[in-house]
Structure formats: structure tokens, C-alpha cells
Design a protein around this ligand. Structure first.
Ligand code: F6R
Length: 614
């Protein structure tokens, strides 16, 4: 997600803001900007792309002033370009806002503003906020009173900061929900604001955290904290002891571990705004242009994805066939692009790609397009090549994924696939409304359930340490968790450099049984669902051949202990949703095996984050 910085004090703000933004570069971004206020004037400088572009803009046209805010944008609404870069200003150019998160109800808020004559300059959800503030400031309110009036009307997730030439020398910051951090850094006669600790460490180690529903009013002389009602709060000050590197990882040893732990939050972000409250129907934003008629006319879907994205695609096949009764094929892009695929009228090709830049996936999309398919992409990076090529786009909203191994992007792919399969089922009438409503409610419960799995980490770590020396692993699953077995094996291979094989458990008798002996750890996903009995007999076959079974099983499964040597517990949910839970311990297991071996977890050997060559 986006990065936020702010400064109020006696120094020139510009170099301090640029330095703070530089320290947040590791988060990934697609544009940047600053707003600096002095002598009743607000100066805005913005640039698309890297900070070097913004540096060039401010070198040509410096902005003086001792109060300001800065932002690196990770696009969610509106393309990554200069016009959509933050800060956004009101009609008079006197007040500016920066924002991290998603404002779910921006369209409803925008309409009356447009009717009143407000001029919007960007495609973002954010800009609406500054026009609302503009109206409040007209009645002579202070900036904090305007923010207190406006912020509670926003739905969704947001960390926000404002400066205004109408209320000089002041930054007002606010936070709704858990999106993004809002951290105040306390200095001597100067104070700072940041979304992340690394932007502050150069200046101060004394910080206060702004919690959801709270506001901070920051000036050179001091900081006041307010609740929603405007009542002053007493806030504790915390001393940060991390070094800069561990601060970038929020104290986690690796980005991968941080990203695994971000999953409850990013899944919530992905779900934001995706259900129409009145009708209970799944809705996507304007980047999905498939009409209801087009949905009803679909007769076949091809899903494409490389590596981890390909396993998400396979889960997608199970979901779409079950809920929307559309036949689906899953294709490896590097195969699809070179064979002679049959594309029929009424076929949809869906690509899944975190980066949106994987060359094989792009080439396979091209091939599908050439043959007349409509293209939909599930992608994390807005403005990426995949998002530009596709007819329709569904964003993952996972935020930047820095670790080469994909974890939170995989989970959000699954969540978007759940929503999309329900969307199709609702429009094609293949999903019973009551069952659909219940399933959706369970999708919305996933962040809590993922959080419960994450709390099992100490046990998973101990398990990984017991097995870290094994040279081979076997992963077994059936049904919708067959892809989970493939993904578990894939992650272990790429991180630990051990051999791991994932297979459909029903295939064991056809060859794989020959591998089983006491030295082969077998990780089996044995959940209490339609495949439970079959999985139990599969692991009994493993036990009969002296194999050690590590079972991923449900919380209340008492029978499993007699059939497995070790058990990792996950909460029970709808069978179709269980891959989003079962994969979490497998990612943690792969992480801890690799870390125990001393491998470079975030950058495994021979692998790259975006595979832009064949
Ligand atoms: C696995 C992993 C790779 C990617 C694959 C596709 O952890 O990171 O298997 O999933 O290279 O990348 P995207 O999703 O960017 O197309």
C-alpha cells in the first residue's frame, strides 16, 4: 500500500519529506508527490514513476515551506500516472490530502459534490475527501474540525493526512479501520508523521501510534490526539529500538514472514466494497465490464497462471465449475502460447498474475486474444502490462509483495476467485441465494480464521525445525485442496532447495507409493470435508509403509491423531474456502525450514520476483 510522510517544524520540509519517501521505497510504488505549505500558499509537486522523477521536478521547481506532507502511491483506483498521484487538492488548491487505503463509498460521496460544482481532477477514490474538507473549511472551521466532520462519513479503510493554507503550520492525520499505519514521531520543536517507522528513524525514535478512529493534530510546537468526538486523548510514547533494516520489515526477520502475517488485513482490503449491501450480490469496480448478459453467455473458461498463480488458477477451476457450472481448463502459459489452443466464441480467458509482467502469461493472454477470447486478468499491480492488455481487470489489493515467494498475493487471488465464482453463480442462477449468502458470510470471516492459523506459528516452526534436514517431501491433497498440496510443495522447493512433490492423493497407487519409506515426510491435507474418508485411507497407506505423516487437520478432529505422526490444526470453514486456510501453515512451514537452513528466504537462489524473460 501507499507510503505517507509529514513534517511540521522550523526546517525546510522538502528535503525531509523526500528523504522520508526514499526510506519507504522498499514498499513499492508507482508515483509520488508532496504538498508544502507556507505564507498562505500550498505548493504541490507530483511525478509518475520513481522518486528520481519527483526529485527532478522539485529540482526544477523547488517548494519552500516548513510544513508538508508526502506520499508514494500504490495505485488502487485510477491508473498510476501524475494526475492520480497524491496529494490531491480541493478546487481552490488550498488544501491537500494524502491517503493510504480504499474509500468504499467514494462514488456515493462524489455525486453530490459534482452536483454542487466541485471539479475533480483525478480518477481516484481519494480526491472526494479533500472536496468534502473544502466545504467544511468554508464555514470557518479549523482543519481538525473539518477532518472530524468528514472522516466519519468515509467507509472502508483509510489512513489520511491533510495540510491547508487556510490553517497554516498544521498537519491533521486520521485513521479509519486497520488500513495503513499512522505514526507520529516526536522531535524537539518539530514533529513528524509517517506510515512506517523507517521514515522516522533518522529523526526520532520516540513515536505514538494513531489507532483506528483517532486523529492527530501535528504542529512544530506539539501534537494533540483526538477521538472521533474531538475529545483529547492521552497517548503513550514508545521508543523504537529497531535498526532501519528490521524497521522496513516491521520487526519481522524477512519480508516473507511479514507478508504472511499481513494476510488478515490484505484479505479484508480485497473484500472491501465487493458486496452490494442491499442486494447481497458481489460487485466489482468499473474495471470489470462483463455485463450480466455476457456472463450468461459464457460457455467455457480457460485459466492461466505460472507457478503459484497457476495453483490459484486450479482452485479457481474447482470453484467456478462448482458454483457457476461453467467448464474450466487450467493451462500452463508457456505451453498454451506455443500449442494450437482451441478458442470458441463465448470463451473467457482469465490470467492470474501478481506482478502483471510475467512474460509467458502475457504471451498466453495475447494468444487467447488473437483467437477471439475475451481477456480477464486477476492482478496485483495496477498499471502493469496484464492490466493494460485485458478487457476486464480484478485487482488483488494485496499491497506490494516484496519477497520473491508469493504468499499474500496467493491468498488474495483465492479470495478474488471466491468472489468471482459467487458473482458468476449469482448472475447465472446456478447458486441458490441462501447458500450463496451463507458462503459470502463465510468469505468475510476468513480474515479472523487466517488470524487463528497464524497464532499456531510456534508449533509450525517447531515442526519445521524437526524436519529441516529432510531431502524429499511429499504433499498430498484431494479435491479443492489438491492445488494446496501443489502450492505447499512448490513453496518448500523454492525456499528450502529440497525436493518436494505435490500430488492428488488418489494418484499415489499409480506410482508415488514407491517413494514412501521412513525418511520421507508426507504432508497431507486431511480436512473434515467430502474428501475426508478417502484422505484418511490414503494416509493409512502411507503409515503402513512406515512413512511419517504430518496432517493439516481441523481443530476438532480427534480421529486424526491415530492416523498421523504430527498434526497442524486449522479452523473449520466451508470446504470451498478451506484452501485459504490450509495453505497458511504450509507457507509458514516452508519459511521456517528455509530459515532454519540459513537460506536467503526473501531472494531464493536462481529466482526473480517478476519473470520478464522466457
Ligand atoms: C512462487 C512464485 C512464482 C510466481 C510466478 C508467477 O512463490 O512467486 O511461482 O507465482 O512466477 O508470478 P506472477 O504471479 O507475478 O505472474
Amino acid at each position: 500500500m501507499c507510503g505517507i510522510v509529514g513534517y511540521a517544524g522550523p526546517q525546510q520540509a522538502l528535503p525531509l519529506l523526500m528523504d522520508g519517501l526514499k526510506r519507504l521505497e522498499y514498499r513499492g510504488y508507482d508515483s509520488a508527490g508532496v504538498a508544502i505549505q507556507h505564507d498562505g500558499v500550498l505548493e504541490i509537486r507530483r511525478a509518475e514513476g520513481k522518486l528520481a522523477n519527483l526529485a527532478a521536478v522539485v529540482a526544477k521547481s523547488p517548494a519552500a515551506g516548513a510544513t508538508g506532507i508526502g506520499h508514494t502511491r500504490w495505485a488502487t483506483h485510477g491508473r498510476p500516472n501524475e494526475q492520480n498521484a497524491h496529494p490531491h487538492v480541493d478546487c481552490g488548491g488550498v488544501t491537500a490530502v494524502i491517503h493510504n487505503g480504499i474509500i468504499e463509498n467514494f462514488e456515493a460521496l462524489k455525486k453530490p459534490l459534482v452536483d454542487k460544482g466541485h471539479r475533480f481532477m483525478s480518477e481516484t477514490d481519494t480526491e472526494v475527501v479533500v472536496h468534502l474538507i473544502e466545504d467544511e473549511l468554508k464555514s470557518g472551521k479549523s482543519l481538525e474540525d473539518a477532518a472530524l466532520a468528514v472522516v466519519p462519513t468515509l467507509e472502508g479503510a483509510a489512513a489520511l493526512a491533510f495540510v491547508s493554507a487556510k490553517d497554516p503550520g498544521k498537519i491533521v492525520a486520521a485513521r479509519i479501520s486497520n488500513a495503513g499505519g499512522v505514526i507520529v514521531g516526536h522531535g524537539e520543536g518539530e514533529n513528524y508523521l509517517a506510515s512506517d517507522i523507517p521514515a522516522l528513524l533518522e529523526h526520532t525514535r520516540t513515536v505514538s501510534y494513531v489507532e483506528p478512529g483517532e486523529f492527530a493534530v501535528i504542529t512544530a510546537g506539539g501534537v494533540r490526539f483526538l477521538d472521533r468526538a474531538g475529545t483529547q486523548l492521552e497517548k503513550a510514547k514508545t521508543t523504537i529500538t529497531w535498526d532501519t533494516v528490521s524497521a522496513a520489515k516491521s520487526g519481522y526477520k524477512h519480508f516473507m514472514l511479514k507478508e504472511i502475517h499481513e494476510q488478515p488485513r490484505v484479505i479484508s482490503d480485497t473484500l472491501l466494497g465487493r458486496v452490494d449491501r442491499a442486494s447481497g450480490r458481489v460487485v466489482f469496480d468499473a474495471d470489470l465490464k462483463l455485463t450480466d448478459d455476457a456472463v450468461r453467455a459464457l460457455d467455457r473458461i480457460t485459466l492461466l497462471g505460472c507457478g503459484t498463480a497457476g495453483y490459484a488458477a486450479l482452485v479457481g477451476k474447482y470453484l467456478i465449475e462448482r458454483l457457476a457450472r461453467i467448464p474450466c481448463d487450467v493451462e500452463i502459459p508457456s505451453e498454451y502460447r506455443y500449442r494450437d489452443p482451441v478458442v470458441t466464441k463465448g470463451q473467457l480467458v482469465i490470467s492470474l498474475t501478481q506482478s502483471g509482467e510475467t512474460v509467458d502469461t502475457l504471451a498466453a493472454m495475447e494468444e487467447g486474444k488473437k483467437r477471439g477470447a475475451r481477456l480477464l486478468t486477476f492482478v496485483n499491480v495496477m498499471g502493469s502490462q496484464a492490466s493494460r492488455m485485458a478487457d476486464d481487470v480484478i485487482y488483488l489489493h494485496a499491497g506490494p509483495e516484496i519477497s520473491v515467494a508469493s504468499t499474500k498475493a496467493y491468498s488474495t487471488m483465492l479470495v478474488d476467485l471466491y468472489l468471482f465464482a459467487i458473482f458468476l453463480g449469482q448472475r447465472r442462477g446456478t447458486l441458490d441465494p441462501t447458500a450463496g449468502g451463507k458462503l459470502l458470510a463465510e468469505v468475510f470471516h476468513l480474515p479472523t480464521l487466517v488470524d487463528a492459523v497464524l497464532r499456531e506459528e510456534p508449533k509450525i516452526k517447531a515442526l519445521a525445525y524437526r524436519h529441516h534436514q529432510a531431502k524429499d517431501f511429499l504433499y498430498l491433497g484431494r479435491g479443492v485442496n489438491y492445488p494446496t498440496a501443489l502450492e505447499g510443495a512448490h513453496k518448500l522447493k523454492e525456499l528450502s532447495y529440497s525436493h518436494a512433490e505435490g500430488t492428488a492423493a488418489g494418484e499415489m497407487k499409480h506410482g508415488i507409493n514407491a517413494l514412501i519409506d521412513e525418511s520421507l515426510p508426507v504432508v497431507a491435507i486431511v480436512l473434515q470435508d467430502s474428501t475426508y474418508k478417502k484422505m484418511l485411507s490414503n494416509i493409512q497407506e502411507v503409515r503402513a509403509r512406515a512413512g511419517a505423516v504430518i496432517a493439516v487437520a481441523n481443530d476438532d478432529d480427534e480421529e486424526i491423531a491415530q492416523n498421523a505422526s504430527e498434526v497442524i490444526r486449522v479452523p473449520k470453514t466451508n470446504e470451498l474456502l478451506s484452501p485459504a486456510l490450509a495453505v497458511v501453515p504450509l507457507h509458514l512451514f516452508a519459511y521456517h525450514v528455509a530459515d532454519r537452513r540459513g537460506n536467503d528466504v526473501d531472494q531464493p537462489r536462481n529466482l526473480a520476483k517478476a519473470v520478464t524473460v522466457e
